[in-house]
Design a protein around this ligand. Sequence first.
Ligand code: SF4
Length: 314
Amino acid sequence: MMNRPPLKVLIAAPRGFCAGVDRAIQIVELALERFGAPVYVRHEIVHNRFVVDRLKGMGAIFVDELDEVPDDRPVVFSAHGVPKSVPANARDRNLTFVDATCPLVSKVHRQAERLIEDGLHILFIGHGGHPEVIGTFGQVPEGAITLVETVEDVGRIAVADPDRLAFLTQTTLSVDDTAAIVSALKARFPNIRVPRSEDICYATSNRQAAVKAIAPECDRMLVIGSPNSSNSRRLAEVAERLNVPARLIDRASQIDWDWLGQPATLGLTAGASAPELLVREVVDALRERFEVAEEIADHSPERMIFKLPRELVA
Ligand code: SF4
């Protein structure tokens, strides 16, 4: 047998599925059980190609907008949340719908509503065009919320009353970039209202901290996640900023072996929408070329679980 070079694979923990993704996938599976196929899903239920393809195989049909859903079939709204107009339209059409919005995204929606009731203008830190941002903007009247993507944006914002402002954030941002934007906001608008608790979710911050914890030991990092997954992209960025070259891959077939070379230690993690099965697939692919010694980083386990919607479990 060919002599394979040694490779330590240091697996970040926690990694992979969060409670919101787990719940959203279960909602589609339960809806398929309850209503039979097809069940329509507005937008990718979670941003992971493998998960979406598996659910397609079970009878889910993914669409971009509600008008693509026939009147007699149920529809699930994705974990990222939807503007208020979407359930309103579904009700008008008497559609059966199940909302798989992550409860931590819904929490931001409720905060946005309350801030508007208090007469404040919201500055929202997030990535333009992301479905979560579209969903959160759709909770409040047009013009009541302004997007802030970068520290530079903070200097450019025009506001009617600098003393009647609040900020909120997308749940899947870079913890470090957001801290920099928040400092700039506080410096420019000292009276800005700060959210009661952090909007960046536990899963996003724990996965970024886990990458930081293993990065000093790693020569390269692979992050399993789809290119449209915000939290997965942030993980690759965190590694790169710590000078560990990193690649985001959907699955093992996308490993660029030339880029990987022969590192002594490879870090491996997975975004909140990537199943553990794909981590195992990557380790198996590595074993074909290297004498792999696998190590899982120390961590405290996450215990977050979200309840399923009553209409599916009753
Ligand atoms: S990444 Fe965070 S906000 Fe998004 S589904 Fe998971 S727990 Fe919810």
